[in-house]
Design a protein around this ligand. Sequence first.
Ligand code: FAD
Length: 270
Amino acid sequence: MIAASFDYVAADSVAGAIELLAEHGEDAKLLAGGHSLLPMMKLRLATPEVLIDIGRIEELRGITAEGSDLVIGAATRHGELAASALAAELAPLLAHAAAQVGDPQIRHRGTIGGSLAHGDPAADLPMALVALGGSVVLAGPDGTRTVGADDFFTGYFETALDPGELLTQVRVPAAPGRPWGYQKFTRRANDWAIVGVAAADGRIALANMGPVPIRARAVEAALAGGASPAQAAQAAAEGTSPGQDIHADRGYREHLARVLTRRALEGQTS
Ligand SMILES: Cc1cc2nc3c(=O)[nH]c(=O)nc-3n(C[C@H](O)[C@H](O)[C@H](O)COP(=O)(O)OP(=O)(O)OC[C@H]3O[C@@H](n4cnc5c(N)ncnc54)[C@H](O)[C@@H]3O)c2cc1C
């Protein structure tokens, strides 16, 4: 479990990171908290020749309110987001999701940008971003673009990020008092979700029920049509394609999606 050898370079600005990405091309990988990338390198599932460290870029850190959005810098750590009074006020679901990631050591190093860019369908923050209708800002050699959460996750561990781009900001519509619910079913406290559900004001997202975090659109439609949470939750597995693994088969994940969706909806707070 030792990574292949690699070179290391620290970027000191977003522009510098983009230049380094252009210089090293497909041989390079961005390094943020390292809590997904380094395990993959140790397993030789990733063998980058150059790591470009973006963890010390000050302009990628911080949590602010801008107009009608809560804005989180990509290199902001899960622990900072979980402890942020501003995030708790403007997007409490996001702060809560950050607090559910792994354990204190992981939250101390892992970043929101790294979690979203990694694109794990079982992860907490991608599901939360989809439920909140948030977006990400991507910067590359041709400038910046904003991509909505529904379009950002394109496949299993795949996103809309182009090879020369980095994710710089996460934006979430500020909605103090918006009702939200969150359910994460795990075997051990610091695990990824076997199934997860995030609900925010009529939008429902599921974790680990397909190759990307997905909207439970049949549940949303049932709620909009006046169904009770218990009735609407029965549709939670519609349109999903969960995999099977040592933790759960497909039928059990579908059962969990229904049960957890009902709990998320019935337990909503604001
Ligand atoms: C034991 C353990 C338990 C965990 N439990 C959970 C859990 O319960 N829930 C959960 O959601 N996650 C969990 N994680 C994952 C954790 O949240 C990681 O921190 C996160 O997935 C990746 O963030 P990072 O900053 O460490 O990214 P890194 O590992 O540094 O990078 C991950 C990937 O994203 C790319 N990348 C990083 N930043 C950017 C950027 N700004 N722009 C473009 N690309 C970028 C990297 O090149 C790499 O491909 C766990 C991890 C471990 C080791």
